[in-house]
Design a protein around this ligand. Sequence first.
Ligand code: NDP
Length: 292
Amino acid sequence: MTAQLIDGKLIAQQVRAGVAEAVARRVLEGFAKPTLATVLVGDRVDSATYVNAKQKACAELGMGSVSYHLPAEISQEELEKLIKSLNRSKKVHGILVQLPLPSHLNEERVLQLISIEKDVDGFSPINIGRLAQKGREPLFVPCTPFGSIYLLEQAGVKIEGANAVVLGRSNIVGMPAALLLIGKNATVTVCHSRTKDLPGVVRQADILIAAIGKTEMVRGDWIKPGAAVIDVGINSKPDASKKSGYRLVGDVNFDEAKEVAGFITPVPGGVGPMTIAMLMKNTLRAAELQQK
Ligand code: NDP
């Protein structure tokens, strides 16, 4: 292996320890615990798992959480009523609506309704719009891209002036990751399902962020020697040696890429743990902003 491993698990633990320390300090100073409201609509098992993990993290870091589990058939009006009441609540600092919502609900309208001071997921159009504009600062940045860029910075990768390639243009990962890299003065190419000659484009990348959800699609010979590779993808691959019958892998063929890259994140243990760590950081920031 030539690449330096970027240990997301360790870096996430450090972020969490910093948040826990700041929370304890705030409580000693007499402020309320930073508190996250999670809103889960319906019974998707994966969504429920994510929400539980977020609540558990709040408890571990000394933060508060309140959970709202709503039936799948809830109306747009009722959901909006809840968001409005959470916006007004002095006890709640951050609001997280677990996506995706059932298809009869208008996700855009719901995200738009979350007060930007409480938008700890960073998905409100105002926060995303600010991220896209020169000289404007979003109050919050979406957690997975925020964590991805944080990993690059912690590893000491120079972003300014680098050629960065982002694979994927989703609202939650690819596009905000590209905007963050532009904000840090990288030259950015965003690829998607209709990009021509993907291997050729990726070979130009000093920094590669892969977020396409395709099992080990990026091969070792696509990677520029010395490049920093951040693998956001989480895919399950059949593996008879595992009790579950599968194991998690990324969008990058790790075994091949680690022989060429300068830096690489593993899956699992790379970007994954960063997402919740950054959500906790955002929730603390929300409490600090609201105090001001
Ligand atoms: P989406 O499905 O929303 O977006 C996938 C993107 O990849 C789209 O822009 C799509 O292009 C592009 N794409 C798909 N196939 C190809 C292809 N063959 N070549 C080039 N581009 C392609 O996924 P997400 O952004 O939500 O997630 C991406 C991955 O990241 C998933 O594996 C997901 O599980 C993982 N993830 C991990 C998180 C973490 O905490 N680590 C958090 C969130 C996601 P087009 O726009 O043209 O359709």
